[in-house]
Design a protein around this ligand. Structure first.
Ligand code: GBH
Length: 502
């Protein structure tokens, strides 16, 4: 672990500072103000070499949906089908990043980002999902990563951020079939071979839970007046709970097979992990009993994804779930699914639930979230920065993670360009400051967090919400493709430079 000695130092500094900070109020001769400020600020620093990153994904920003030999993806097809996306928006052009990547990398450099998490569009590389690779697709990611490295921004590549080649969907139902898991591993190995000299860090799959649950089952939502509508994402299937368990199994199997393929084909220094929105149970009170309850709940909430990937077994409760069916799997597959990782990536937006201990099995109890609980702009986005402390800490405590990346964190806001040409996203600055303060507290407590990726580098295509939900710290005028750094970008620039919350 590159940071272990550094982290120890930080714990020491933090302890020394806690004592030092008390001195002025207790002694008759207060320490000079400058000294106090210096001690306080070093206690608030992130570890040395901490990555300050921004994140995006291919379908959400690239555009050029049918250029240079790219195949159709399930998101191309889904978004081209009227009625699926708000305002019938689609990602045909999006941020036109495919053509403007140099300007976009320069903007990252301008805000002092030291890392960039992007995703590779599988259908650019294998237009049919398998078979003959498309050299022009590979070339785009070579040019992009060359540009990043030239600017001192470390590239972190995600292999699957939901844009499956439509050809695989048509051929075998996408992740319904085990063949897709195998095809994914072949694609992953090929990427490690092609980009291995440029990219050292890979995330296999982004948010298993989201693309499996929304894409393969979706949700019935009751509207005012009792009318029910179906909300889903690409490929828009409506499978049963039992069928869904098999899809989940194929997704984690694809992850494990890809980990092995990347190790086999990439250079020795290649590092790999997942990027999952691991559901986080947050303790109501920070006592050993509450913390233990939250850990037990977190493990169970993630039985189909994080837990099986890190433990190599499905929990008894998951397998016994009434009416949910049991996935078909072999011991050999479980071993593959739990292939050793170099790090874990977690997307952290909100607590999934709050829990307290209980005398009844399973030993914890979820408590309701109050109706008046504050939210960010997205309807699902419950606000509580403290999740940014508990999320990495849960990964360390429950599963012994030795290297953790926050692969996404951010929020949508009602951003507009003001009369003076600036974008004043005061709520996003508040959100980031609160989350990063909690993340820094985790690193000061010795939780091994090696980097943070803000979602998102720019406003972009927010899936079924289209271009209406802006998550960027850089504003994008989608008519002119003009980029305007928001107030939050100014905040990020200073925080990244000083390696601390400002
Ligand atoms: C991420 O998704 C995606 O990786 C990214 O592409 C996306 O643009 C970004 O975040 C912003 O949405 O149980 O109440 O949390 C996060 C999407 C939103 C995941 C809704 C699951 C379900 C509702 N999440 N959430 S809730």
């Amino acid at each position: 672990m590159p940071f272990s000695s550094t982290r120890r130092q930080f714990v020491k500094v933090a302890a020394a500072t806690a004592v030092g900070a008390m001195v002025p109020s207790l002694s008759c001769t207060p320490a000079p103000r400058k000294e106090i400020e210096k001690a306080q600020s070093s206690a608030r620093q992130f570890p040395k070499d901490f990555y300050w990153g921004v994140a995006t994904s291919s379908y959400q920003i690239e555009g050029a949906w049918n250029e240079d030999g790219k195949g159709e993806s399930i998101w191309d097809k889904f978004a081209h089908t009227p009625g699926n996306i708000k305002n019938n928006d689609n990602g045909d052009v999006a941020n036109d990043h495919y053509h403007r990547y140099k300007e976009d990398v320069a903007l990252m450099k301008d805000i002092n980002a030291t890392a960039y998490r992007f995703s590779i569009a599988w259908p650019r590389i294998f237009p049919q999902g398998t078979g003959t690779p498309n050299p022009k697709g590979v070339d785009f990611y070579k040019r992009l990563t060359d540009e990043l490295r030239a600017k001192g921004v470390e590239p972190f590549a995600t292999l699957y951020h939901w844009d499956l080649p439509q050809a695989l969907q048509d051929k075998n139902g996408g992740w319904v079939s085990k063949d897709t898991a195998k095809a994914f591993a072949d694609y992953g190995g090929y990427i490690a071979e092609q980009l291995g000299d440029r990219v050292k860090h890979y995330f296999t799959i982004n948010e298993f839970a989201t693309f499996v649950e929304s894409g393969y089952q979706g949700l019935e939502v009751k509207m005012g007046g009792g009318k029910k509508i179906h909300i889903g994402a690409a490929p828009g299937l409506r499978l049963s709970d039992a069928e869904l368990k098999q899809v989940r199994h194929h997704a984690v199997l694809g992850h494990g097979l890809a980990v092995q393929a990347i190790r086999a084909k990439g250079p020795a220094a290649t590092k790999v992990g997942f990027a999952e929105n691991t559901k986080m149970a947050v303790p109501v009170i920070d006592t050993p009993e509450h913390v233990k309850a939250a850990e037990a709940a977190t493990r169970e909430l993630n039985a189909g994804f994080t837990t099986v990937m890190l433990e190599g077994r499905y929990t008894d409760a998951y397998l016994a779930q009434a009416g949910g069916g049991t996935p078909k799997f072999t011991d050999e597959e479980l071993k593959t699914i739990a292939s050793p990782l170099d790090f874990v990536g977690i997307n952290v937006y909100r607590p999934s639930t709050y829990v307290e201990p209980s005398d009844q099995p399973p030993g914890y109890r979820e408590i309701p979230i109050n109706a008046s609980h504050p939210k960010m702009q997205s309807s699902w986005h419950i606000l509580d920065p403290v999740v940014m402390y508990w999320a990495p800490r849960n990964m360390q405590k429950i599963w012994g993670a030795k290297s953790i990346y926050i692969t996404e964190n951010g929020c949508a806001a009602s951003d507009v360009v003001a009369a003076d040409g600036r974008v004043y996203d005061s709520d996003r600055v508040m959100f980031l400051r609160g989350c990063l303060a909690e993340l820094q507290r985790a690193t000061a407590d010795g939780v091994p967090v090696d980097g943070y990726f803000l979602w998102s580098a720019q406003d972009n295509f927010e899936w079924i919400y289209g271009y209406g939900n802006r998550f960027g710290i850089i504003y994008v005028d989608f008519k002119t493709q003009k980029r305007i750094p928001k107030l939050s970008a100014d905040w990020f620039r200073v925080a990244a430079r000083q390696n601390m919350v400002v």
